[in-house]
Design a protein around this ligand. Sequence first.
Ligand code: BGC
Length: 732
Amino acid sequence: MKSIVLTVTVLCASLWAGAQQKQPVYLDLSQPLEKRVENALSLMTTEEKVSLCYAQSKFSSKGVPRLGIPEVWTDDGPHGIREEVLWDEWGGANWTNDSCTAFPALTCLAASFNPKLSLLYGKSIGEEARYRNKTVLLGPGVNIYRTPLNGRNFEYMGEDPYLSSHMVVPYIQGVQSIGVAACVKHFALNNQEEWRGHINVDLSDRALYEIYLPAFKAAVQEAKVWSIMGAYNQFRGEHCCHNDLLLNKILKNDWKFDGVVISDWGGVHSTDQAVKNGLDLEMGTYTDGLTTNGKFPYSDYYLAKPFLKGIKEGKYDIALLDDKARRILRLIFRTTMSANRPYGRFVSPEHSEAARKIAEEGIVLLKNDKQFFPIGSGKYKKIAVIGENADRSLVVGGGSSSLKVAYEKSPLEGLIAKYGKDHITYSLGYASGPALYGREEPSKLNADSLINAAVEVAKQADVVFFIGGLNKNHFQDCEGGDRKSLSLPFGQDKLIDALLKVNKNTAVVLLSGNAVSMPWINKVPAIIQGWYLGSEAGNALAEVISGEVNPSGKLPFSFSKKLEDNAAHFYGKISYPGDSINQYYKEDILVGYRWFDTKKIAPQYPFGYGLSYTSFNLGTLSTNKSVYSKEDVIKVRFTVKNTGARYGAEVAQLYVNDPVCSVSRPVKELKAFEKVFLQPGETKVVEMDVKVSDLAFYDESRKDWNVEAGDFILQLGNSSGNISQKLKITVK
Ligand code: BGC
């Protein structure tokens, strides 16, 4: 009897358990985000957790299908939404619904010195990403402009940690306000493309903290970025995608980053390090076409089978896996599984408008003798437009930021629309080869014939616009290689000389993401630095050239006269590009204008420089006190007046110097800036807050920031090279 009861009980119990198992498992979505993460994690198997940590295709990773947790879809970034590619390859998938708006390159955004535009940029590109159903936008990039040869400078925000920090934060906030994760990259010290996959960078802690980390820190702590991409290179002997110091200690422990560390594509090299040193999501390993086109199943990724095996064998603590899975789940709940995620839009008129505004505000007028510009329509009958960049796509090429666009208005089209086609004659003048990634191919056209034809056109013209610069070819502004020299390529210097011989009324417009040398600088009346301006390039340039828009961009990096004048090139090969294995940043904290000013080397054009069609006056600089304690905020005040006859904007810049300090400090460090828009004759009061703690240097002996008591000199100007006022304050 007893045994019958027992059997029935066991039978009932197992039937009940079976029925229980068949109940579908639902996530509890009613809870706050962290509880949802824990709930999801508690329902997942070890296999499911591991499967979150590596790619399933070129740009995506798995979700948890059983629980309804969606896949993660990443996409480049940072200037537009990259076209769909094939499942396993870099090649385009030839979809017909993915031609995007191209926004100006980040160098141009930085040159606007306008954080409001950065927010607009972020929102607009976030909406494009959202419409294309992307979870993560692979950008923005904030690697510091250390050398003008770096092939990827155009994707970054210049040489100054303060400027890049203040421009990157609103971009990220904008993107993430649309429910798309930004992925700030490339963390860290990916300041050149040469040997990027292995070069082992070292530098002082002071340079690391003062120059190379601040923009990433701002992205994490102020913008609360949801993901970050590790860099390809090594730092102190470990690849940055699994670097204990960078990822575990600085990023996750000190900065309390709670998002996902994503590897750069193919940047992972070891299971052990990937597991232990802070990587969360492995992308792009080996099937990537970077090193081989051979197949390498995703399940063989470092964080796939080998990771699972290690967990099962007890080699890796399950807490390491839970931490990665938790971060990835958090990202998914913040984006695709967020209940109030906004909708996106794609190639909308508002996005074109945003792209044009950013382009217009980023264009920098470098030289303008005798008010050469603006040139209103009707001023000249015959306008010669010379140069390949006037008529070439500058959104295609350059590596991962290459875009398939809905439209791209070229400078030539913009100028024709502005001045009328009867007034414009175009000649190519020089030619580069085809835009190839991975190799350089010269043009098959004859250089001398191109020059002769352009000279004939220039001779007949009242005015000549030469539109050249760099392009997105390999060894120009392009990922995967550095430029070979500071000079303009494809014989442009020779062409400019030839044009000037027959027509002195020749202006130079440079489209590039890097500084170039200008041997013809004293012979040309006017120069415009026009960056890569995206879909609205031609419209924006024509508005500035014709004066509908008054230029207000400022250089986000110094232009040197010659390559050797740059800090990175001063100390020989070990400093740039390294000895092929190791590299040491010998210039230390003296990057960009910090170097030029402190070493008294005159740049061609200084950081923060840019002209306007009107003129401005910066009024008397004053502060709320003259003696401060270390906890205080310095309240700075002055006026800006538009003293000319046109509406325009000036960027007031406040630099600080600490003349007596236990360590040597740069002559200038940017601590605040403000872009002020003014009608003719108008005056505005500007107030800036500078925390005394922001005057600190990174003290290696204390491993912490330190403000030493003493005098500090505030310097107000409209570029690092033009300080109009100084004021001494004291810190007790
Ligand atoms: C680049 C990244 C990019 C990734 C995916 C890498 O080669 O360094 O910036 O996001 O590819 O395209």
